[in-house]
Design a protein around this ligand. Structure first.
Ligand code: PLP
Length: 412
């Protein structure tokens, strides 16, 4: 009989899952990375919302505050490299999303960067009246795209990413798509969807919030036009850390930002009354960078030094496979079903389980030291962050979930 969770055959009794977890942890080439983070006994499966704190960041920020701000004060814009931080940190993120240097700039929130990218993309296709938007998108992208459409005189066409091809045509100016669905964890096919958008003569804008730092993205290799993403999830930049904007080099000269602030001016300190855009990724800047958050992010990115994203992806898939296997084996029948696709090519780095009692179950899980999150009304989300999540954590999370499901009565 198939599993009630995934429909796959239920594994027979073999080596216990706890034993298996131990062996997988021993063989894990990324296991040393966990020591770089401040963690405790909690099984933290919410790094797809807020990444854990890299342990060296507080010391680095204390130094920035006391030395760079406290002693050097205004001199730090030059002497401590504050002014160049948005481009410098962008170049540090670039290899994590498969971009050559000079195409990523850091600053503002993802929402603001969605606005810049969608309006600039629409302006580059003045005769096309439609903006196609992922109908399953994280809400902010939809709200911002709607406003961008009203401002630029376009119409929104909502479509599920799997059916994007049906919505594209000579009327399409822009398509805005999430790489990984925030609710289900479904991974969308960035290479083929980007190609389809471009074949229609439109511009592809990708939201990488749930893929940057979770899997190889390959922005340059797949010819993506624009992309945005946050840095507080898998990149561990800290609460509200600045987002990033990727503008492919071939689009930079024509990138017409709807927020042309003074720090994206070609000569900001000329204080000219007229605007002349800077070259390169700098065009994506707006106002004074949020230095403390930026430098927390810059320090946090050190945990990626020497890490292969292929290893991260392999471990992420192994963790999510193992979690599903443990849930299948431990959970009482019929209480949870997997919303996350089983094929690896369609899975990001989280497992979403549908559960009628999701609010009570997540409350109880958190109380027992297993932190995932809830997407109302009935989705339990568990994020797997290969730099610090282990297989023993994963087994414990599934065992605790099963225990809670036994105690929380159906209908609670
Ligand atoms: C896919 C996606 N896009 C956008 C956002 C919102 O980003 P911000 O709050 O940085 O504007 C989130 C936040 O979780 C997200 O998951």
């Amino acid at each position: 009989m198939g599993s009630p969770v995934t429909g796959r055959p239920v594994p027979g009794d073999g080596v216990s899952l706890r034993e298996k977890a131990r062996a997988l942890d021993v063989a894990d080439p990324l296991r040393e990375r966990r020591g770089l983070f401040q963690l405790d006994d909690t099984v933290y499966l919410d790094g797809n919302s807020l990444g854990a704190l890299p342990a060296h960041v507080p010391g680095r920020i204390a130094e920035v505050v006391s030395r760079e701000w406290g002693e050097l004060r205004i001199r730090s814009w030059e002497e401590s490299g504050w002014w160049q931080a948005p481009e410098r940190i962008g170049d540090r993120i670039a290899p994590l999303v498969g971009a050559a240097p000079g195409q990523v700039v850091v600053g503002d929130s993802t929402s603001v960067n969605v606005f810049k990218a969608v309006v600039a993309a629409a302006r580059s296709r003045p005769d096309r009246p439609e903006i196609v938007v992922d109908a399953t998108t994280f809400p902010t992208d939809g709200y911002i795209a709607d406003s961008a459409a009203r401002l630029t005189g376009r119409r929104i066409v909502p479509v599920e990413p799997e059916k994007l091809g049906e919505a594209l045509g000579p009327r399409t100016a822009v398509a805005l798509v999430n790489h990984v669905d925030f609710r289900s964890g479904r991974l969308h096919d960035l290479p083929s969807l980007t190609a389809a958008v471009q074949e229609a003569g439109a511009v592809a804008v990708w939201d990488l919030c749930h893929s940057a730092g979770a899997l190889p993205v390959g922005l340059d290799a797949h010819g993506v036009d624009f992309a945005v993403g946050c840095t507080y999830k898998y990149l561990n930049g800290g609460p509200g850390s600045p987002a990033f904007l990727y503008v492919a080099r071939r689009h930079q000269a024509e990138f017409d930002s709807p927020l042309p602030g003074w720090t994206s001016h070609a000569d900001p300190f000329a204080m000219a009354s007229g605007y002349t855009a800077a070259d390169g990724a700098t065009r994506g800047r707006v106002g004074t960078p949020d230095i403390l958050s930026m430098l927390s992010l810059e320090a946090a990115l050190e945990v990626w030094d020497g890490v292969s994203l292929d290893l991260v992806r392999a471990k992420s898939l192994a963790l999510t496979d193992f979690f599903l296997e443990c849930v299948e084996s431990y959970a009482p029948a019929g209480r949870v079903t997997a919303l996350t696709p089983l094929p690896h090519a369609e899975r990001g780095s989280q497992v979403a389980l549908r559960c009628a009692e999701a609010p009570s179950v997540m409350r109880e899980l958190v109380a027992r030291g297993v932190v995932g999150d809830l997407r109302r009304p009935d989705v339990l989300r568990f994020g797997f962050t290969p730099l610090y999540t282990g297989f023993a954590d994963t087994e414990r999370a599934a065992a605790t979930l099963a225990e809670v499901l036994v105690e929380v009565a159906p209908g609670d």
